[in-house]
Design a protein around this ligand. Structure first.
Ligand SMILES: Nc1ncnc2c1ncn2[C@@H]1O[C@H](COP(=O)(O)OP(=O)(O)OP(=O)(O)O)[C@@H](O)[C@H]1O
Ligand SMILES: [Mg+2]
Length: 608
């Protein structure tokens, strides 16, 4: 199966060297132009059923049968022998095309010029100006289509500005109402994983931490309405996570506002780290999201897969893929096959009944559901269970009760893609022109777009603000550790105080870093236990300042970083225990394992 992976970057075009028959200049003129042209000429679709196409269909249906017979592996041969054969066949095909009668040829030519705009755009707008039919390997064709789709769907300057303006307005409104509160953005806008119609997830956090009270929620709802910032508003207060949902009228963007939570802000940072470390994650996530969206399987309220679940699913897939893990392939050169692999795994192979997915410290693993002691029973055994990377007790996909349909859709996509690849692999150049592989599983029915991925031209304020939030918070945690009497002060006050503290802090930090450098840092093993973020929470919840005073402990003692600290038996036990089950007393935070402690301090160092 893995033979289809492309492990080098050369994309040889076997049609390039074909001589053009002079007499056929008119017919082929457009096609040659398309291959070389960098201008805005649209690709015409030539719909012509030939007898050879009929034969190919019969052939493809034969292959379908072999799929049903469970011989569903398709290797796209790249041996030079086959290639010579293929070129010879293509030559034959091409000459038969050249011999097509004159009437047919002129019909095709005029069709090309008439249909330039309409035919390609309607069905597969993302291939409007690109012809992928020249890719030698069919898998490369799919890879380029995925890249083009992502380019097509990525935000333009104006879209980013519009989102920025919208959150600015909402933030101002929140601050105007409550001076101790601020509005933060998380979710897909803060991770750059949004589709054109994606909502903006916001959270209001306040110094008094009281805004989740329903009176406050209604107060904000009224305020936003009165200021003309919200239409079609729903205030949902009876759920575990109270929320205000509305549309901001000027941008027409859907907004969700939740209250007094930081897990989304943590997740946004984590996902951006994943995106930095996992090439191909953004591309595959956007494709799968669009795939689910076009089948209405993306709404958690109706049992679909939410955006967060898709991210975790794709991240764990890439993280555990054997060819990626062994550095055998370049992910960005193999997006096509990886997409097919993804559909096959979650459409045909995955054991939903017994297997759960765990992501801890950036490492994904499959674990038996039976080992996840805090996993809540779901409606059916056949369900997706993904451990929240920020809270190992939380199954982020527990709401996706429609897994049967989702699995069926993934399996269908696998077959459609594979069949289309077969069909086009043996098709002639003429029959490939204007065709799409991805178009068999992805539909894009939104407004026509301009192919402008302009994310590097305008700053995404949600990302900047999220980064700032984390920097600020890291400082506060450190202030908590080193200056215990600043605990109740607002951020601004802490900043005023911190000059002398900074010196003290730097001395401590240098000492810590020295200690960290002493030990080589091996890759942490996949760990279905206390996650790093869990540890962070424990540290933050603990009143470290008073502990230091009461127990006369040094920070290094408290964090278990003192030199003679060895990994104890108790550490080992702690790792074997599913995390989050026991909130230990503050002193017991000493029992986290050494690697986790190093990671914690390293992350602190980086944030400085
Ligand atoms: N089941 C869940 N458990 C915990 N946190 C969740 C859960 N679902 C969503 N979240 C939080 O809310 C954020 C936004 O989730 P959502 O599913 O809207 O994803 P998204 O990336 O914003 O995708 P979309 O563009 O489709 O809205 C996530 O990043 C995560 O922090
Ligand atoms: Mg969202």
């Amino acid at each position: 199966m893995l033979e289809v992976f492309n492990d080098n970057r050369s994309h040889f075009n076997k049609y390039e060297s074909l001589a053009i028959d002079v007499e056929d200049d008119d017919t082929f003129g457009n096609l040659v132009l398309m291959e070389n042209d960098k201008s805005d000429v649209d690709i015409p679709v030539i719909e012509e059923v030939t007898s050879s196409e009929d034969e190919q269909r019969a052939e493809s249906s034969k292959r379908n049968n072999s799929l049903e017979d469970n011989q569903d592996f398709i290797a796209f041969s790249d041996s030079s022998e086959d290639e010579t054969e293929q070129i010879k066949e293509d030559d034959d095909e091409r000459s038969s095309f050249l011999l097509t009668d004159e009437h047919e040829v002129s019909k095709l030519t005029s069709q090309q010029s008439l249909n330039t705009e309409s035919t390609c755009n309607v069905e597969y707008p993302w291939i409007r100006n690109h012809c992928h039919s020249k890719q030698r390997r069919i898998a490369d064709w799919l890879t380029s289509e995925i890249k083009d789709f992502v380019h097509y769907i990525s935000p333009s300057k104006n879209e980013i500005k519009c989102r920025n303006r919208t959150i600015d307005k909402l933030r101002r409104a929140v601050k105007e109402l409550w001076s101790d509160a601020d509005l933060h953005v998380f979710g897909s806008f803060a991770t750059d994983l949004y589709l054109p119609g994606s909502d903006i997830d916001c959270v209001v956090n306040s110094r008094n931490r009281d805004k989740e009270d329903r009176n406050y929620i209604y107060e904000l709802a009224r305020h936003l309405k009165n200021k003309g910032l919200a239409i079609r508003m729903e205030v949902i207060v009876k759920t575990r996570v109270p929320i205000i949902k509305f549309i901001e009228p000027q941008s027409q963007l859907h907004i969700d506002v939740s209250f007094e939570r930081t897990n989304g802000l943590e997740a946004a940072k984590l996902i951006r780290e994943w995106l930095r470390d996992s090439p191909g994650l953004r591309e595959l996530v956007l494709i799968i999201k669009q795939f689910l969206h076009s089948r209405r399987l993306n709404n958690v309220h109706t049992g679909g897969l939410g955006g967060f679940t898709v991210i975790c699913l794709v991240y764990s897939f890439l993280n555990m893929h054997p060819r990626i893990k062994s550095n055998d392939i370049d992910v960005l050169d193999n997006l096509g096959v990886l997409l097919i692999d993804f559909f096959e795994l979650y459409g045909k192979k995955f054991g939903y009944d017994d297997v759960a997915i765990s992501i801890s410290d950036g490492y994904a693993s499959y674990i038996p559901k039976s080992c996840w002691r805090t996993l809540e029973p779901s409606r059916s055994k056949f369900s997706l269970a993904i451990q929240d990377p920020g809270d190992p007790n939380n199954n982020i996909s527990r709401g996706s009760f429609n897994m049967k349909d989702i699995k069926k859709a993934f399996a269908g996509a696998f077959e459609l893609l594979v069949n289309k690849c077969w069909e086009l692999n043996s098709a002639t150049f003429k029959d490939r022109v204007g065709k799409s592989i991805l178009g068999n599983v992805i539909k894009y029915r939104g407004q026509k777009r301009d192919f402008n991925d302009e994310r590097d031209l305008v700053q995404n304020k949600a990302i900047i603000e999220n980064e700032r939030y984390h920097k600020r918070r890291t400082r506060i945690v450190q202030e908590d550790l080193f200056i215990n009497d600043t605990e109740d002060l607002p951020v601004e006050e802490i900043y005023k105080l911190d000059e002398p503290a900074k010196k003290k802090q730097k001395a401590k930090k240098d000492k810590r870093e020295g200690e960290i450098k002493k030990s080589a840092i091996p890759s942490p093993p996949p760990d279905f236990g206390v996650s790093r973020s869990k540890l962070k929470r424990k540290v933050k919840k603990t009143d470290q300042g008073s502990l230091l005073h009461q127990n006369n402990l040094s920070i290094d003692d408290l964090m278990g970083l003192s030199e003679n600290d060895q990994e104890s038996d108790q550490d080992q036990k702690g790792r074997d225990t599913p995390s989050g089950q026991d909130e230990k007393s503050p002193l017991e935070t000493k029992t986290v394992d050494a690697q986790t402690r190093r990671d914690y301090w390293l992350s602190k160092g980086q944030a400085l």
